[in-house]
Design a protein around this ligand. Sequence first.
Ligand code: UGA
Length: 437
Amino acid sequence: MRIGVVGMGNVGLVTAACFSHLGHDVLGLDVDVERIELLRKGQMPFFEPHLEHLVREGIDTGRLRFVLETQALADECEAIFICVGTPPTPSGEADLSQIERLAWNLGSRMDGYTLLVEKSTVPVRTGDRIEKTLRLAGAGDVEVVSNPEFLREGSAVGDTLSPDRIVIGSGSERATKRLLELYDPVIERSGCEVIITDVGTAELIKHASNAFLATKISFINSVAEVCEASGADVETVARGMGMDKRIGRSFLRAGAGYGGSCFPKDVAAFEALGEELGCDMSLLRAVQAINDRAVGRVLDKLRDQLWHLKGKRVAVLGLSFKPGTSDLRESPAMKLVVNLLDEGAEVVAYDPVAMPSAKEVLPPQASFAASPLEAAQGAHAVAVMTEWKEFEELDLKDLRDALDLPIIVDGRNLFDPRRAADLGLTYLPAGRPPVIG
Ligand code: UGA
């Protein structure tokens, strides 16, 4: 099938590359000229495991092309996926202006039957608005369906080719059939579940899923606060809870909180949407408040150990919002660096992949090291903010020897407290009893 994908960001580029890998002919569209030129050369605008290989494969087979003109999609494609950004407005609602512009733009150029597929995360009822706009713009035979994505950065290719489920929100059999055809190779190889429902319900499945995962994280972070106050161990509490199949083990890792381009934006947008509809969204307000406190708790521990932060040298290990990605958006680690600098600390940061982009956005006072141990050299404390495998594999003895003061604040609970105690370290994990060396 001939497919168009609008928006070459984390979702759109992965969708385009995976569909071309599955044998479809794909046109990837973006308004960013530099990004399109980079992609045409097979180079990646961001780090995502396995993506470069699929993009190069698509270019070499001629099945994946990158364009700058909407007209090419309107002329050639049987299905067009909308993967443009829906960033938050200052009040938390999703800013849908990019989607609206696209609908006017496409609507005035389409004549034959086209299926428009909403993949960007949008508030319920956005599909109706897109369809209305397309018709006002002059589109003839067009249908809008919702097909939310559930891919995670860092494992986006695997999540797309072997998803847990495919959700199709559609108002017509013709549209559903076409989307099922498109996904046939994925359904065949992964045996995943398929849910077919109306557009609004599909839109809600996405928002509710992200809001629930964020709630799990804030729930365990709230438990971590109680553990710290009572001397209990959140890791064991989470393990004990997770053994109950109804609860499950995933997304119960306590620590410096969630970040990224999805959870913070989607939870705020879901809250704003519910309120607009007259619903009580206090649960999601609490989820966000707990998450906002998580970085502050790391900062409090550093302050508590170092008395004050002015002139203190702090090594920050990890800058991306999670391992396996260079994405810094809403990263708890980046918030910590900015807070430390604001309080007059000297920050030396290290991240295996995110340093080039961090250098562009952090204040010039932040400095960077070539390895975790170099960052820790002569520091008064180290804060671990992203759970990269490289940090997990560090020998705590080497870390202790590099530090000026043997203090580790572990925002991701990577290390064994007994080993820290044996080495005479002061080790402050999240929601676990502290080790005071
Ligand atoms: C998330 C969802 O997991 C995807 O299903 C969804 O498709 C995507 O948003 C989206 O809407 O596009 P992603 O933002 O890539 O994916 O990252 P996650 O792996 O979900 O992690 C989000 C944040 O939660 C990270 O900062 C991570 O460190 C944090 N987290 C995760 C915890 O603090 N504790 C946990 O137990 C799990």
